[in-house]
Design a protein around this ligand. Structure first.
Ligand code: ADP
Length: 491
């Protein structure tokens, strides 16, 4: 018997999941990772701790299943994107803490780079933002003594978390990344599929420190037996959101998924043509199972489930996230109350960093239920904004939206999403779509699964939420949301 092992290194935990031939998950273990906040707006992690947590998760998962390293047929890797590690090639020791995707330390540098925004967007598909890896690498090279010269010699290596894990798994022999991760650096030419010399020069990043870009679904190296306990092919790589798109079996143009976690990430598969967004979405790579490039359009909402956490931890309106479902269902509507959760500004399609959260439309009749319900509804309204922008970009109407993430468990939210979007919302049987997507990529590359068709047949819906709201109600609610967002916006 042999199994596919997924390594899913997220922002808050490192997870490992084991899949059988029917793509059923037979074991999963999760080990927390620690973030540090040394200054306001800064977020760091210890790359050595990430590696140790990931290996602990692997041991726990194999232990739970009663298996060992020799039972693993292939490994797929998926990871928090954009998080930046720079390490010494000779010693394997990071020269600085990992700078996490959420970290805003390079925001001022990004304001300077806005002068080059048109070029950067045309080449990389991204908006200029501290979120991406490029300015984080530049920051480390600027601040660590002697780093720039060593990097130019190839004595320092850069990697996102996929690259860092693979380098360690292979005993320092393989330094690679895949197009989905590379496309989040602001250094990668999205259309050409390689690092872009002009962007490298703009950000002062030497090519010698960058990993080789390899396909998302291919054998890219073997684990070192001294590290992993067996020599196992590493055969799948994708950043978390693109892995979730694959795990939702969205491999064809026009298919889309939305993940409702801390934030929301909606991705629309764009096929083999590089998309250009006219509506302030990001163009990015989708995980391809062939040598051919595949693209996606992405919209990110910074605060989604995090607004529910805010109700719980800061306002004390609720004790746990799941109870919001019954509270929302206890009233027929919010009576005109809207929560605009712009706690850290607004992401796509507004990109308004200075906007702040608001509750609007309160009357003396508004209470806890209205505010809780309006908070849930805000995730659905924001998602409709993303989907509307995607449809405007692509000129095609979405057939359905596949959903995952912690808050997708909320049936009220999913029904409201279907209603406000006027599209079916489909929740899969296996909610761990990120790990599953990485497993699909590794299983296809090694012949464990024979075809995309076979992999697609594994995907099963658990529940479909059909739109059931009258068009006039939908239009009234939507206009109210647009007015509320208009009030929160600064530009
Ligand atoms: P992440 O991967 O971003 O850490 P998860 O996918 O685990 O997030 O989802 C957790 C988020 O979802 C939290 O912000 C939490 O408030 C929210 N959440 C979890 N369960 C529910 C629920 N039943 N209803 C509404 N929100 C929920």
């Amino acid at each position: 018997m042999s199994y596919i092992l997924s390594l899913d290194e997220g922002t808050t935990s490192a997870r490992a999941a084991l899949y059988n031939r029917e793509a059923r998950r037979i074991a999963l273990a999760s080990v927390p990772t620690v973030s540090h906040f040394p200054h306001p707006g800064w977020v760091e992690q210890d790359a050595a701790q990430i590696w140790a947590s990931q290996m602990q998760a692997v041991r726990n998962t194999l232990g739970l299943a009663g298996f060992g390293p020799n039972d693993v047929r292939a490994i797929g890797i998926t990871n928090q994107r954009e998080t930046t590690v720079v390490w010494d090639k000779a010693t394997g020791v990071p020269v600085a803490p990992a700078i996490v995707w959420q970290c805003r330390r390079t925001a001022a540098r990004c304001r300077e780079l806005v002068a080059h925004a048109t070029k950067i967007t045309r080449k990389s598909g991204l908006v200029v933002d501290a979120y991406f890896s490029g300015t984080k690498i530049e920051w480390i090279l600027d601040k660590v003594d002697g780093a720039r010269a060593k990097a130019a010699n190839g004595d320092l290596l850069f990697g996102n978390i996929d690259t860092w894990l693979i380098w360690n798994l292979t005993g320092g022999r393989v330094h690679v990344t895949d197009p989905t991760n590379a496309s989040r650096t602001m250094l990668f030419n999205l259309g050409a599929g390689d690092w872009d010399d002009e962007l490298l020069a703009l950000l002062n990043v030497p090519r010698a420190m960058l990993p080789k870009v390899v396909p998302s679904s291919a054998i890219v190296g073997y684990t070192d037996a001294a590290v992993f306990g067996a020599e196992v092919p590493i055969a799948g790589i994708a950043g978390d959101q693109q892995a979730a798109l694959a795990g939702q079996a969205c491999f064809a143009k026009g298919m889309s998924k939305n993940t409702y976690g801390t934030g929301c990430f909606a991705l629309l598969h764009a096929g083999d043509k590089e998309p250009i967004s006219e509506n302030r979405l990001l163009a990015t790579r989708a995980a391809s199972v062939t040598a051919e490039a595949q693209f996606a359009v992405e919209g990110s909402i910074f605060v989604a489930g995090a607004a529910v956490q805010w109700l719980r931890d800061k306002v004390g309106l609720i004790e746990s996230a799941p109870e919001t479902e019954a509270i929302a269902n206890s009233i027929p509507n919010t009576g005109g109350v809207y929560v605009v959760p712009a706690f850290v500004g607004l992401g796509a399609p507004h990109w308004d960093a200075e906007a702040r959260a608001e509750i609007t439309g309160l009357t003396l009749g508004s209470g806890k239920a209205e505010i809780v319900r309006a908070t849930l509804e805000s995730m659905a309204y924001q998602t409709r904004e993303l989907i509307a922008a995607m449809e405007a970009d692509s000129g095609a109407r979405l057939a359905e939206l596949r959903v995952d993430g912690g808050a997708a468990a909320n049936n009220f939210l999913m029904q409201f999403q279907a209603d406000i979007l006027d599209r079916p919302v489909v929740r899969p049987a296996d909610p761990e779509t990120t790990a599953l997507g990485a497993a699909f990529l590794a299983g296809l590359a090694t012949g464990y699964w024979k075809s995309l068709g076979e992999v697609q047949s594994f995907w099963r819906a658990e529940r479909t939420f059909e739109p059931a709201m009258a068009a006039s109600t939908r239009d009234t609610l939507w206009s109210g949301w647009q007015r509320a967002v208009g009030k929160a916006r600064t530009a």
